[in-house]
Design a protein around this ligand. Sequence first.
Ligand SMILES: Nc1ccn([C@H]2C[C@H](O)[C@@H](COP(=O)(O)OP(=O)(O)OP(=O)(O)O)O2)c(=O)n1
Length: 116
Amino acid sequence: MEKEEAKAPDVSLKELSNRLEEFARERDWEQYHSPRNLLLAMVGEVGELAEIFMWRGEVAKSLPNWEESEKEHLGEELSDVLLYLIRLSDICGIDLGDAATKKIVKNAIKYPAKAT
Ligand SMILES: Nc1ccn([C@H]2C[C@H](O)[C@@H](COP(=O)(O)OP(=O)(O)OP(=O)(O)O)O2)c(=O)n1
């Protein structure tokens, strides 16, 4: 039986953002990481994510009939979208964790839960 790969420990947006910054710096890719380029790269990855679901019809939650390799591919494309989103936010000077937390609060005010 194949040995299951160890899961990465809980990771913060800040940590991912630091690692992305380091990744770009080490390759001298900061010059390419402009807001527009990162946005286009992210949209491209959203397209790759959509391709995974294309023509399959409705998919049950937890993806019970999917091969492990398909789930792994899905995880990679979701990650690409997330990583470009984090990098885009950073380059634009947006603290994504803070913005998302505030947005959740705003959403709750706009869409109050029904009183029981
Ligand atoms: N200029 C770049 C190019 C890549 N990446 C990083 C962010 C993404 O997580 C990943 C994207 O790499 P690819 O463009 O090779 O895309 P895929 O991994 O999806 O490969 P493919 O399109 O061949 O499936 O690499 C980056 O930060 N900056």
